[in-house]
Ligand binder design. Sequence first.
Ligand code: AMP
Ligand code: GLY
Length: 423
Amino acid sequence: MKVLIVGSGGREHAIAVSVAKSPKVDKIYCAPGNAGIGQIAECVPIGAMEFDRIVAFAKEKEIDLTIVGMDDPLVGGLVDELEAAGLRVFGPRKNAAVLEGSKAFSKDLMKKYNIPTAAYENFDDPEKALAYLEHTKMPVVLKADGLALGKGVLICQNLEEAREGVKTIMLDKKFGTAGNRMVIEEFMTGREVSVLSFVDGKTIKIMSSAQDHKRALDGDQGLNTGGMGTFSPSPFYTKEVDEFCRKYIYQATVDAMAAEGRPFKGVIFFGLMLTQDGPRVLEYNARFGDPEAQVVLPRMKNDMIDVVQACIDGTLDRIDLQFEDNAAVCVVLASEGYPVSYEKGFLIGGLERFEDEEGYYCFHAGTKQTEQGIVTNGGRVLGITAKGSDLKEARANAYKATEWVTFENKYMRNDIGKAIDEA
Ligand code: AMP
Ligand code: GLY
């Protein structure tokens, strides 16, 4: 069969590697893809938001299955457009992707269906938001309602910062129309865990847990980024936590979406915080996490195509989702200066080493093929993933493999997976 993947990051590269392992797949296309994806797929220069061109391409090439990796096209309704053209596609429709696309929607859903999350209020009037802050406990969390590249969340320590935050989101519109509405939410403390799942509209199957590292600098200092590294599984995701989430969060979310007439098919990513009072939902995403996908998918034993088809067909209950009994760590190699400003276009060396090393992966995020070779083309450049029999071994392997790769202004965090030592 012929598969089209929509997106261009490390997540889409990890999806492509999983898809390529399936004996059912003859050909993979990726729109727009990147240099690494280009080694196993044919990249086509069509942007992820060019819906008409994607639909036309899928029809012309008689694509059997499209997998949409990114949030923007999902929230914008690419799945609906492909379906309307009679094409098979994996991912939530627009009316279900709102689970990620609107934080106000997701908070109201959780409240209505008693899914544990932080206490909150939604606002579309900045005056009312400011008035509400006057009698709110600090610190407090402000969230722009819409998609904001993971940057629309402000943690404010005091009233002054919070007032400034309302201005930033709702008046200065720093995150654009994403800030037309906002959520003001109780500040929670605890460890964060990412849990990805496959969903077919009614059945949910949970993947192995993971943990991201969102800040740019060691010790969780510096600015928020798209994610500087991950490990899987999380040792903090215990049997008790899993039981609680299965009882109160996972199926409850799927049932809630179905009850609202928005059946969810695709991947739900649960961003959880393990508080003293038990697990709470921080956020939902309607897609694989990035870089979470880069540690979770390499450990999945099932044929990716079988699982994806079952989600589309509503037969996920017949799939026995299985993960290897090992661990994986991903260290992101970024450009010095990310996430603020950085130079691009530096030649990358050492990539061929990954071709013959079992259990090591070099997922491309911001790279470009040029006549001279593959060059850096973004803030996050590569995700270096390694497996190991346990987390410590996987971490040692991943850091060893980061040394195989060379490029000017290469930057990484040196403490990815440090929490493993505390477990
Ligand atoms: P989100 O995009 O909603 O996951 O928020 C981004 C990050 O902000 C999360 O990964 C948390 O580190 C932090 N965060 C979000 N909501 C809260 C909250 N209610 N309390 C504490 N931290 C939060
Ligand atoms: N790693 C967090 C995300 O994909 O949103």
